[in-house]
Design a protein around this ligand. Structure first.
Ligand code: NAD
Ligand code: TDX
Length: 355
């Protein structure tokens, strides 16, 4: 095992939760996880209650920490000999960034800067250290109907969200070249799967179907996204952390492009099947609404580098992943209701917050 004390930022969010679960399920992983999360609307510590029960204060440590506050990050570094950081924490929703970009600048840019500065202070020039930064394909901009994003594609972000992520990517790379801090970056397409906040397309639509509410499709529904099952993103991140070359970026994608409207139609059918309804039952709820401002037309990524260099591959087909995902949401209505209402916030401190 290369790393003993892995600091995860944003571990109570969608991908962070899946990653921590993935890690503790790996036989080869014998180290500790230190999870720092501000617990915004998107972070739910209940997601990790089983991990906390099994490993809390032994191999799993949770600190309610805002990465925009550098002194609180420093406190965590004083307590744990962190040798790897996997940085998930971010404001992650494009629509929210359009309505209020300020938090995105603070968390995504200043927060990343604070982490890098804390690393610069505590890092002891060890080669056995890594800062892995989780980023998005949205930094590359918007594609027409053909072509792909490569690791070498110039950045061209268009939303406050993607601009803030692009900025953080540049800072991470700058710390590699300027201070020689060992870093890696990954840029991934749209993830789907369990524990995703119901503001993102797939869980939002499932939630609305269950509540028999409108299914709002932006514009004509012809925008294209490439979807990757979150577990496969997690396995890829772990491959980079273990064997990625320092100073490199790696793209991840599902090689699985859908227009939003086609995706929604198959999602309607999958939910209908699992709810024992007529195949077309939920489609009547589809409603076309005003388009997202500056809505990127298409994202599609070439991920040959990570496949060839690190032998990464996906473990599920889109059909399998979507079936599992719908099944999970239908079996976890309480999770959906709790995260929508912020229920979990009342008992966190008492239950498992380290000080
Ligand atoms: P998410 O919104 O579900 O979770 C974000 C987590 O970060 C939450 O737990 C939240 O409480 C925490 N957080 C937010 N601000 C914080 C702060 N100031 N200090 C500490 N913690 C804070 O996001 P996600 O979908 O899990 O995305 C994780 C990362 O992956 C992000 O960096 C995102 O840009 C990137 N990404 C996401 C996708 C996707 O499809 N979801 C695709 C590519 C890349
Ligand atoms: O209600 C909706 N109706 C709709 O048509 C919502 C929420 C979305 N959409 C469209 C917009 C996009 O074309 O669906 C597509 C997917 O939307 P989101 O789920 O909001 O994802 P996207 O904007 O593509 O960004 C996501 O993938 C890349 C994540 O939120 C980012 O964090 C990640 O970096």
């Amino acid at each position: 095992m290369k790393y003993q004390n892995i600091l995860i930022t944003g571990g109570c969010g969608f991908i962070g939760t899946n990653f921590i679960n993935y890690l503790f399920n790996l036989k080869e992983f014998t180290g500790n996880v230190i999870n720092i999360d501000k617990l915004t609307y998107a972070g739910n510590p209940n997601n990790l209650i089983d991990i906390n029960e099994k490993y809390g204060n032994d191999r799993y440590f949770f600190y309610k920490t805002d990465i925009t506050d550098i002194s609180s990050i420093d406190t965590v570094f004083e307590k744990h000999a962190v040798d790897c950081i996997i940085h998930f924490a971010a404001e992650s929703h494009v629509d929210r960034s359009i309505h209020g970009p300020g938090e995105f600048i603070q968390t995504n840019i200043i927060g990343t800067f604070n982490l890098l500065e804390t690393v610069r202070k505590h890092w002891k020039n060890s080669k056995d250290f890594l800062f892995h930064h989780i980023s998005t394909d949205e930094v590359f901009g918007s594609l027409g109907n053909t072509g792909y994003f490569y690791e070498t594609t110039p950045y061209d972000p268009r939303s406050p969200y993607s601009a803030s992520k692009a900025s953080s990517d540049h800072l991470v790379m700058a710390y590699f070249y300027t201070y020689a801090i060992p870093i890696t970056i990954s840029n991934c397409t749209n993830n789907y799967g369990q524990y995703q906040f119901p503001e993102k397309l797939i869980p939002l639509m499932i939630n609305n179907m269950l509540e028999e509410k409108d299914l709002p499709v932006y514009g004509k529904g012809k925008n294209i996204r490439d979807w990757l099952y979150v577990q496969d993103h997690c396995s890829g991140i772990w491959k980079i952390v273990q064997n990625g070359r320092r100073g490199e970026t790696y793209n991840f994608g599902g090689e699985n492009e859908w227009t939003n409207i086609d995706l929604l139609n198959i999602l309607c059918e999958e939910v209908a099947i699992q709810k024992n309804k007529d195949k077309d039952y939920y489609k009547k709820l589809i409603t076309y609404v005003k388009d997202r401002a500056g809505h990127d037309h298409r994202y599609a990524i070439n991920c040959d580098k990570v496949k060839e260099e690190l032998n990464w591959k996906q473990s599920v087909t889109f059909n399998e992943g979507l079936t599992k995902t719908v099944k999970w949401y239908l079996s976890n209505i309480k999770w959906m209701n709790d995260i929508k209402s912020g229920q979990y916030k009342n008992w966190i401190e008492k239950n498992y917050c380290q000080r």
